[in-house]
Design a protein around this ligand. Structure first.
Ligand SMILES: *Cc1c(COP(=O)(O)O)cnc(C)c1O
Length: 476
C-alpha cells in the first residue's frame, strides 16, 4: 500500500472527524451570502499531482480554493430552479451511503435491494399510490421521465404488435406524445429514446393557465387516430399548475394512450390536506415521475420512477448476463433502469422518512407553501413589481412592472444575490423571475429578509435608470 494511503487508513477516525468539522462549518455558513462573491472568479485549474500527499492536503486545498466558491444552495434563501436541501437525517443517510459503498442492484448481495423496496413502499404510501405501482430509484426527474417514457415506448410496441426492445424504435413508425406544458426534460427524453423531440405535440392549455385543456386533449387524441402517449403535468415549474389527472385518465375509456405523469415536485401536494386534491388521480398514471432531491430534501441525486408495468420496464432494461441469474417475477434492479451499478441511493430517503415520517415532511411542505404565499403578497404590494400568476403552491412568479427586460431582471437578481437567489424564466410571453420554496430550513424570517431585499433592489434599479425614461408612466 502506498505510504500515503497507509497513513490515511491509520488515521481514518481523526481524518473523518476533521471532515465532519469542515461540513459543520460549511453548514453554519448557509446563513451568509447565498452566492459568494468568489463564485464569479474562477480558480485556475491545477495540473494533476504526481505525489501522494494524503487526505489532509486535499482537505486544505478544497477549503482554500473551492469551498468558498460554492453557493448556499442547501440553505433557506436559495429559491432558484426547484432546489431542496438535506434534512439532518437525509445528510446522515447520505454519509452512511458512502461509508457502506454498496452496489445495490442484485439478489446475489440483496440487502440494499430490500432496503430500496421498503423505501419505495413508504413513498407509495406518502403519495397515495396503490401497490400496483412498483418503483425504482434513479438520479433525478429527467432520468425518471426518460425511464417512464421508455416503458411507454415498449407499451406502444405491444399495442402495435412489434417488439421495440428487440427490433428498435423504427418498428413503431410515427409516435405522438401529447402534453400541455411539458417540462424541458421530456423533449430531452424523447431525443434520447429515439422518438425525437418532434414527437411532442403541445396541446392548448386553459385560458391564463398552464394546465392542459382536456377538451383540446380529447381533440388531439381523436386526430392521432391510434395509440399514443400523454404526458400529464402535476406541478409546472412557473406557476405550479396541475392538469386534471382524473379527467385525463377518464379519456382512456375512448382513446388508447399511455398516461405518464410528471409530478417531479407537485406530488408533494399530496402531503398537505389543504392541497391534496391537486394530486387526485395520481394513482391512475401508467408511469409517474417524482423527484426526491427537491421537496423530500435528500441530497443530490435522487428521484423515483413508478410504473404499473414492471414487466415492460424489465423488457426494456434487462441486462442478461451469465453471472446475474434469471430475471424472474421480481427483477433485480440491474434489469429496471439504464444504470447497472449504482450507489445505495435509497438510504438518504429511508433515513429522512424514518426520522420525520409523514408528519415531519407534511410540515416542510406546508411551511414552504406558507412562505411562498407570504412572499407573493409582499411582491404584490411592492411598488415596481408585478405578480404574474397566483401563488398556487410553492412558486412565486413575478416581473418588473416597468420595462421588464431580461437584462433588467438579471440586474435585479444580481442585486439580490447576497440575500437570496432567484432564477429567470419566461411566462405568458414575458420575461420573469421565479422564487421556488422547497428547502426544509426556510422560515418566515427568510421570507421577510427576501421581501426586504427585493424592495431595496427594485428601488436601486429604479434610481439607476436613465432620466429620459419614466417608470411611473407604465404603471397602471
Ligand atoms: C425539476 C423537474 C424536472 C427535472 O428534474 P431533474 O431532477 O433536474 O432531472 C422534470 N420535471 C419537472 C416538473 C421538474 O420540476
Amino acid at each position: 500500500m502506498h505510504p500515503a494511503l497507509a497513513a490515511d487508513l491509520d488515521q481514518l477516525p481523526a481524518l473523518l472527524e476533521e471532515t465532519r468539522q469542515r461540513a459543520v462549518a460549511f453548514l453554519a455558513g448557509l446563513d451568509g451570502p447565498v452566492i459568494p462573491q468568489q463564485a464569479d472568479r474562477p480558480t485556475p485549474a491545477q495540473p494533476l499531482h504526481e505525489d501522494a500527499e494524503g487526505l489532509r492536503a486535499a482537505l486544505a486545498e478544497f477549503g482554500e480554493r473551492w469551498q468558498p466558491r460554492l453557493s448556499a444552495s442547501a440553505g433557506p434563501r436559495y429559491f432558484g430552479f426547484v432546489t431542496g436541501g438535506a434534512t439532518p437525517a437525509a445528510l446522515a443517510g447520505d454519509w452512511l451511503t458512502s461509508a457502506a459503498d454498496q452496489n445495490s442492484n442484485s439478489s446475489l448481495d440483496p440487502a440494499g435491494q430490500h432496503l430500496e423496496r421498503e423505501t419505495v413502499g413508504w413513498l407509495r404510501e406518502l403519495f397515495g399510490l396503490s401497490p400496483a405501482h412498483s418503483g425504482t430509484f434513479v438520479s433525478g426527474a429527467t432520468m425518471s421521465n426518460t425511464v417512464g417514457l421508455a416503458v411507454a415506448r415498449e407499451w406502444l410496441g405491444e399495442r402495435l404488435g412489434v417488439d421495440v426492445a428487440e427490433d428498435g424504435v423504427a418498428a413503431l413508425g410515427r409516435v405522438r406524445v401529447l402534453s400541455g406544458s411539458a417540462h424541458s426534460s421530456v423533449s430531452k427524453a424523447l431525443s434520447v429514446l429515439g422518438l425525437g423531440r418532434r414527437a411532442l405535440t403541445t396541446v392548448p392549455t386553459l385560458p391564463g393557465r398552464e394546465a392542459v385543456d382536456v377538451a383540446a386533449l380529447e381533440g388531439a387524441l381523436a386526430e392521432a387516430g391510434g395509440p399514443c402517449i400523454v404526458v400529464a403535468n402535476a406541478g409546472t415549474v412557473n406557476t405550479v399548475d396541475f392538469d386534471d389527472l382524473r379527467a385525463i385518465a377518464g379519456l382512456r375509456e375512448r382513446y388508447d394512450f399511455w398516461l405518464h405523469v410528471d409530478a417531479a415536485f407537485g406530488a408533494f401536494a399530496a402531503l398537505s390536506p389543504e392541497h391534496a386534491e391537486l394530486t387526485a388521480g395520481l394513482d391512475l398514471a401508467d408511469s409517474l415521475c417524482v423527484d426526491l432531491h427537491k421537496w423530500l430534501n435528500v441530497p443530490y441525486d435522487s428521484a423515483v420512477q413508478f410504473t404499473r408495468r414492471r414487466d415492460l420496464q424489465a423488457k426494456v432494461f434487462q441486462n442478461a448476463a451469465a453471472y446475474l441469474g434469471p430475471i424472474g417475477e421480481h427483477p433485480d434492479l440491474v434489469h429496471l433502469t439504464p444504470e447497472n451499478s449504482h450507489r445505495l441511493r435509497a438510504l438518504a430517503a429511508w433515513f429522512t422518512l424514518r426520522a420525520y415520517g409523514r408528519a415531519g415532511h407534511r410540515e416542510i411542505v406546508e411551511r414552504c407553501v406558507t412562505g411562498a404565499r407570504a412572499l407573493g403578497e409582499a411582491v404584490d404590494t411592492t411598488d415596481g413589481l408585478r405578480l404574474l400568476a397566483p401563488v398556487r403552491l410553492n412558486v412565486v412568479c413575478f416581473t418588473l412592472a416597468a420595462d421588464p427586460t431580461p437584462e433588467r431582471l438579471a440586474a435585479l437578481a444580481a442585486e439580490l444575490s447576497d440575500e437570496a437567489f432567484l432564477t429567470p424564466t419566461r411566462y405568458a410571453g414575458r420575461p420573469a423571475l421565479r422564487a421556488a420554496f422547497s428547502n426544509w430550513r426556510t422560515t418566515d424570517r427568510d421570507v421577510r429578509r427576501t421581501a426586504a431585499a427585493l424592495a431595496d433592489a427594485v428601488r436601486k434599479l429604479a434610481s439607476n435608470r436613465p432620466a429620459t425614461d419614466s417608470t411611473s408612466a407604465s404603471r397602471p
